[in-house]
Design a binder for this molecule. Sequence first.
Ligand code: AMP
Length: 362
Amino acid sequence: MALAPGSTIGILGGGQLGRMLAMAAARLGFQTHIYCEQNTAPAFDVATRQTVAGFGDVAAIEKFAQDIDVATFEFENIPASAIDVIARHTNIYPSKYSLEVTQDRLYEKRSLSSMEVGTADYLPVDSLDDLHKGIDTIGCPAILKTRRFGYDGKGQIRIESDTRLEKALGAIGKAPAILEKLVAFSCEISLIAVRNLTGQVAFYDPVENTHAEQILKTSVVPANIPNRMATQAQAIVEKIVEKMDYVGVIAVEFFHLGQGSDARLLVNEIAPRVHNSGHWSIDACITDQFENHIRAIAGWPLGSANRHSNVVMTNLIGHDADNWRHHAGLGDTTLHLYGKSEVKPGRKMGHITKLLPKNANL
Ligand code: AMP
């Protein structure tokens, strides 16, 4: 059943993604309640109500769950125990299953393999012995990644033939990990899709992403890939959301390899949430990823994900945001600032989106 305007959307996490979700929810007449561990958070500025408490605080989570009509989350490192408490009182989307699969790189890869979706070759690593055997099988160069809690390149280390394996394992805190073969990709793309409670699916156009120091720097749409590969990416994402019975926005990151008839796609990672590489949709689409996520979890029909402009989205990281006056004066560029008072190196402070006509060269 569709939630009526005036209902409350509960959002776990108070970062910029929570902020943009709350803004989209408000536009549709919903109230929002943000649950966040930190007492200052970008989403608090724009939400109706807020709770500051830990995810292990059962009483606080119960109180939050009783105050909302549906729950969602803006980051994936939420303990399953918190989800269980919420689920006793109200629905949470995406589901606990979708969250658990994508929280763990090994489960995620196994789940993709079971759907016959291609990924980099991988092996689980739980010990130094596993790592030695993994390198013997997969070869070098490879990447060792923690199964959980990795983001923006954190919790991973590249392994070359002269890397001391014991040191590499130590560098990731000897945490349960996977070893991945290094993929010689021509570009990285992501595809954002949304599926609602009745199974309606909408796809945003594939995005070409570049990173600086492993943090997303730019997202360009359309991606410079053949139409055939864009269609293939969409078919892969459709398979994933159908098999998972997924509800909400999902972002699937791909490596694009080879050229011409040899071109192919491997899935790198799935994010069970709205995604930084979809921020351009706020300015370039009829319905952006944030509004479509709210629509999906509220049981509403989806809005169109059609794009009316070509775009280059650039993250403002750390002191990049000090240049806000300059960005604010550019006629073809929109400026989004997240209200973070403290600038830290590597911290996402905002983004800009340059809009171009659809026939423009990027
Ligand atoms: P991840 O946290 O898995 O998204 O990895 C962060 C970044 O590291 C990716 O966006 C890639 O640029 C790079 N990377 C990760 N895994 C691989 C791989 N198997 N082969 C090549 N590059 C990779």
